[in-house]
Ligand binder design. Structure first.
Ligand code: SAH
Length: 457
């Protein structure tokens, strides 16, 4: 990449996920990792009609909105984008980003959206220590450097910064992180290196029920080191924590990709799940099942889904991409029957057991790929809730959804650009946008959840 052309400018606005917009005489540039109001210098990376890209060289002066003392790892750690501004500012920026994205799509489809469809952003009840799950990586800060445990360094995928002051993780997670790192250092264990395929330690997965206080800890390593010493577990159990460890696990993963692959999980202590209470319902969550990472925020999100569904009683509701069945359960009193579809078998199994435990008997959970089963399901639902992963729905799944011909569709999306892409197909199929709202499930980070209600006359 040639880095010779440098420009200077002030960031005027934001484009999802965290790209500052800088207007210059040559046109508009988008520059990642910048905030509105900052004066910056940047390298010209790409010049294209309508979209020029810049790479940040230096923040020359901060934004007038930057009034908070951020976490000491800010700008090194790749985890957060909005540490230096108040929660209200972040919420306002995210509201504007989602509003602009939806409006850009709606403007291409005149008459397909109700007036005033966008209801703004609902903040997270907590903006500090809210995360119920952290997936820390082992690594180092430079090649051959000391062992680190924490988050990937922003823009440098191989480096890991130890995050001993993380503001968004639950405080117990940081206590555990430090203890596991100290233990690993005392044993001279090394991090798995994805280039040489040598080393032992890969990830430390910690999940905690914010309501129950139950903590599930899983150390992920390669198979090279064999079983973990007995005193690893004893060391963890002797720590002073606000919550309590309900399970200690050791997962073996020799796969080359960075994702946690569960080749074998050994239970070292307790049980292999933790529990959490959401809107009065109890959920048992297994180590690899999806569960919203902000428990109080999830309640706000699910309340919004319920509000969009209205109080009308339906015969049949589908919950597609249902995870451990949270939405299906929360909607179960609105229908004679609910069908949940989830591809991860472990999650679908847990969903069944959770519903039973909560005394709900009108939900069928199917463990399958939505794209494969959706058009083959025998009955026609009046309402379908979809909550796909970041990439949105596959064309096949979306086609199947449209063939169901439900009166109403509630689309829950953790990536508004995917929602906007899929929304075009909904408009083309005759659905109109009735209501939409953003929910800030991921304070301080670039993440944002969007809920949208579509209906067909
Ligand atoms: N609605 C749930 C889960 C949403 S996350 C909740 O609020 O907790 C998306 C879920 O979709 C994950 O559980 C993931 O395992 C599942 N998933 C991903 N691709 C899928 C597919 N093709 N078919 C079915 N489920 C899928």
């Amino acid at each position: 990449m040639r880095k010779t052309e440098i420009r200077r400018g002030t960031v005027g606005g934001l484009k999802f996920p965290n790209q500052g917009i800088v207007r210059t005489d040559e046109g508009v540039f988008v520059v990642k990792n910048t905030l509105p109001g900052q004066t910056i210098s940047f390298y010209v990376r790409k010049k294209r009609a309508g979209r020029n890209e810049g790479q940040l060289e230096e923040i020359i002066s901060p934004s007038p909105e930057e009034t908070e003392t951020p976490c000491p790892h800010f700008r090194i750690c790749g985890g957060c984008a909005y540490q230096s501004v108040p929660a209200e500012t972040e919420n306002e920026w995210k509201r504007q980003m989602v509003s602009d994205l939806l409006a850009s799509c709606v403007s291409e489809y005149p008459g397909m959206a109700d007036r005033g469809y966008f209801e703004g952003i609902v903040p997270s009840p907590e903006a500090e220590g809210y995360r119920n799950k952290m997936e820390f990586s082992f690594g180092n800060m430079e090649k051959g450097g000391a062992l680190t445990l924490g988050m990937h360094v922003s823009g440098r995928f191989h480096d890991v910064v130890t995050v001993e002051h993380c503001r968004i993780a639950d405080p117990d997670m940081i206590t555990l992180l430090k203890a596991v790192l100290d233990y690993a250092l005392s044993r001279s264990w090394s991090a798995f290196n994805r280039n040489t395929h040598e080393g032992f330690l890969r990830h430390l997965l910690i999940r905690k029920g914010q309501r129950s206080g139950e903590i599930l800890l899983d150390l992920v390593t390669t198979s090279g080191g064999g079983t973990l010493p007995e005193d690893f577990k004893d060391m963890l159990l002797s720590l002073k924590l606000e919550g309590q460890l309900s399970g200690i696990l050791h997962t073996v993963n020799d796969a080359l990709s960075d994702a946690i692959v569960n080749e074998e999980t050994r239970l070292l202590y307790g049980r292999d799940y933790f529990t959490e209470t959401i809107l009065g319902k109890d959920f048992r969550i297994t180590p690899f099942s999806f569960f919203q990472t902000n428990s109080a925020g999830a309640e706000v999100l699910y309340r919004k889904v319920r509000e969009f569904a209205g109080e009308k009683k339906r015969r049949l509701i589908f919950d597609l991409y249902c995870g451990t069945g949270t939405i299906a359960q929360i909607m179960s009193d609105l229908a004679e029957k609910v069908v949940g579809v989830e591809v991860v078998e472990e999650a679908a199994e847990a969903a069944k057991e959770n519903a039973e435990r909560n005394g709900i008997d009108n939900i069928d959970f199917i463990s399958a790929d939505v794209a494969k089963v959706v058009s083959g399901l025998p009955e026609r639902p009046e309402l379908v809730v979809v909550d796909p992963p970041r990439e949105g729905m596959s064309p096949k799944a979306l086609g199947g959804l449209l063939r169901l011909g439900a009166e109403s569709i509630i689309y829950v999306s953790c990536k508004p650009t995917s929602l906007v892409r899929d929304m075009k197909e909904l408009f083309n199929a005759g659905y109109s946008l009735k209501r939409a709202a953003a929910v800030n499930l991921f304070p301080r980070t670039t993440g944002i959840e969007t809920v949208a209600l579509f209906a067909k006359e």
